[in-house]
Ligand binder design. Structure first.
Ligand code: BGC
Length: 449
């Protein structure tokens, strides 16, 4: 596996708080205790992955996957400021070793939405010290786990995190403060750049079976295909474009050194909520999380921006959380990502589908778009289905079922879905063509059958 002829990475993605269980020293745990989750649910023992990681990884490997994206839980590794939990590091080391044994290239995410409580209490990423502390945390992870990890994802969905915490109020601390949003965005970018430099500088010599993979550091960026609700409306067309620039583009521009081309001042209370531009490329690949499209509506109101983001229309094919199924949007966002001339990974793509009747087609159709993107010259290197297992879907609790494996939350039993077998068949077919990224092109016709 090298840069010129990369084996395509087939994987699934998860995050610590959504599967491990008993992450009781982070901000989400505390927020759940305040009754903020739908139906008053709490993550509790979750899927009990902490005790079942071996069998879960085996499930991934048995489907033919060759990679696995997961996140390390900062609040386990540094439960109190400056105190490191050696046993928690050992657990992640074992997890990574198990990946290696099973032939799964690990992609390690350093931050996936949760913060240690001690950090959240000081303001989380809106706190000035956040970049320095994130850097210190990154250094520890690199020291302890770095010899085994080549693929790094610093921060999951910085834009969603900023919006969730300080604008849309669906993540702790759930306050409306454009100023804090602006600070958080800025500090997240700084944190990323610090981690990017640090990993490249300090990563130990590889002791993994994939020595030939050059360390790559990126982020996972959520992209949505924004469309005007009413195509005839000039203002909604304009708003959709503004939102696209703000939500999809500004982060990509900032981390690739293209400068700060865009602010969203008049809609977001005079504070340009975009990361301040970085002066150089500080990313080796772009990770794209793509799920759906959204309709942008012009809704003038007295307080707040005159904009509403809506999802499925009545009768439209959509997931259980009402996100329209829109594979063509993946093609669009990949084209944009490709224009930065960096390798691209689809770090998340998936659907909440309790009955598993839409998911097989969802996977096939989205992968066909991936294959077509490759055909159009975009350097897509991997695809991670979200998610390996059903899990704790943040404020929506356990109801949405994203998993390739169903989880029974009473017994923790896992059941394979039909979709898992569909995904397995696609991976096998692709391997029969050679398994390289360029062989995706051959996969396109198989996926169109
Ligand atoms: C997040 C995941 C989440 C998924 C489905 C992504 O935005 O990274 O944590 O579960 O979407 O909502």
């Amino acid at each position: 596996m090298n840069h010129s002829n990369p084996t395509f990475l087939w994987g699934a993605a998860t995050s610590s708080h959504q599967i491990e269980g008993y992450n009781d020293k982070n901000d989400w745990w505390a927020w759940e205790a305040l009754g903020k989750i739908e139906r008053g649910e709490r993550s509790g023992s979750c899927t009990d992955h902490w005790h079942r990681f071996r069998e879960d990884l085996k499930r991934a490997a048995d489907l033919g996957m060759n990679s696995y994206r997961f996140s390390v839980e900062w609040s386990r590794l540094e439960p109190q400021e400056g105190q490191w939990d050696s046993e928690a590091f050992d657990w992640y080391f074992e997890l990574i070793q198990e990946c290696e044994r099973l032939g799964l290239v690990p992609m390690l995410t350093l931050h996936h939405f949760t913060l240690p409580l001690w950090m959240a209490e000081q303001g989380g990423f809106s706190w000035e010290r956040a970049p320095e502390l994130f850097g210190r945390f990154t250094r520890k992870v690199v020291e302890r786990l770095g010899a085994k990890v080549a693929l790094w994802c610093t921060i999951n969905e910085p834009m969603v995190l900023t919006a969730g915490c300080y604008l849309g109020q669906f993540m702790p601390p759930a306050i409306y403060s454009p100023e804090k949003a602006r600070m958080a965005c800025h500090h997240l970018l700084k944190s990323h750049v610090i981690a990017y430099d640090l990993i490249h500088r300090e990563i130990p010599k590889s002791e993994s079976r994939w020595k030939e993979i050059t360390p790559q550091v990126g982020i996972a960026h959520n992209m949505i295909d924004f469309v005007p609700d009413r195509t005839w409306s000039v203002i909604e067309r304009w708003l959709a474009e503004q939102l696209h620039q703000f939500y999809n583009i500004s982060w990509l521009d900032a981390i690739t050194g293209r400068g700060q081309r865009f602010g969203f001042p008049m809609l977001m209370a005079q504070a340009p909520i975009v990361p301040e531009a970085n002066e150089r490329v500080s990313v080796d690949y772009l990770g794209i999380n793509y799920y759906t499209r959204a309709r942008v509506q012009f809704t003038p109101k007295l307080n707040g921006p005159p904009i509403n983001v809506a999802f499925a229309r009545k009768g439209e094919a959509a997931s259980d959380v009402d996100w329209p199924i829109h594979p063509q949007g993946l093609q669009k966002v990949l084209k944009i990502a490709g224009s930065y001339e960096l390798p691209v990974y689809i770090t998340e793509n998936g659907i909440a589908d309790r009955d598993d009747d839409l998911r097989p087609r969802y996977i096939r159709e989205h992968l066909r778009e991936v294959a077509m993107a490759r055909q159009n010259g975009i350097d897509v290197r991997g695809y991670y289905y979200w998610s390996l297992l059903d899990n704790f879907e943040w404020v929506k609790g356990f109801d949405p079922r994203f998993g390739l494996f169903r989880v029974d939350y009473n017994t923790f039993e896992r059941t394979e879905t039909h979709s898992a077998r569909v995904y397995q068949e696609i991976i096998e077919k692709h391997k029969s063509f050679g398994g390289g990224a360029e062989d995706l092109v051959k996969l396109a016709s198989f996926l169109s059958e």
